[in-house]
Design a protein around this ligand. Structure first.
Ligand SMILES: [Zn+2]
Length: 204
């Protein structure tokens, strides 16, 4: 139990108000991830948490006044230094209350580079990538949730597998822009585990 806890981390992808109802690029029901993630943080299963955040310059190339969504153009969102770009304060408070060490991984900071995966970001305090932060703590398994499921969460899960981590999706702590099944099937097909209803029912 102790050894397993020591090697298991929680990755919370882009749980930022900018992606929640009332934010600039809301994911339907996006704030519903907070309660299950807080419960998970309180469970004591993790010795380390990484929170990623979109941390874009105000002129990031993905921003469009007429976003298509399906082609990588989006409304302005996750602008560095704005309150809506901060990791949701309830999650930070939960990590602090539980006494779990955590880092914040910022991504998408270059004007002309997209960064959906948390593994493309860095900890601004240490200059380390997410992989470096995880390896420094001998993490083997990474439970993952956040927003949006088929964009940044999926990209992070697939990147984590390529980096050699045992990646799981925590479905209750994830919300999608559209129907989730395609992304979940893809993650399962690449070797991810899914902790939720979708893992029990085969894809239609
Ligand atoms: Zn973005």
């Amino acid at each position: 139990m102790g050894a397993q806890r020591r090697h298991t981390a929680l990755l919370v992808v882009d749980a930022q108000p900018t992606f929640m109802p009332g934010g600039e690029l809301p994911v339907p029901d996006g704030d519903a991830i907070i309660a299950p993630l807080v419960q998970l943080i309180r469970s004591g299963q993790f010795s380390f948490i990484a929170f990623s955040r979109d941390w874009h310059p105000a002129n990031h190339f993905s921003f469009s006044a007429e976003p298509e969504f399906t082609d990588g153009s989006w409304p302005s969102h996750g602008v560095a230094g704005t309150a809506n770009a901060e990791v949701h304060p309830a999650l930070i408070a939960a990590a602090r209350a539980a006494g779990v060490e955590f880092v914040i991984i910022s991504k998408g900071m270059e004007q002309n580079v997209e960064a959906y995966s948390a593994f493309d970001g860095i900890n601004l305090e240490t200059g380390r990538t997410l992989t470096e932060e995880l390896r420094a703590r001998q993490v083997k398994k990474v439970e993952t949730g956040g927003l949006a499921g088929e964009i940044c969460v999926k990209a992070s899960v697939l990147a984590g597998i390529k980096e050699g981590f045992d990646m799981s999706l925590f479905e209750a702590g994830t919300r999608f822009l559209g129907p989730p099944q395609g992304a979940i099937t893809e993650m399962l097909g690449q070797g991810a585990h899914v902790d939720g209803e979708s893992a029990k029912a085969p894809a239609a």
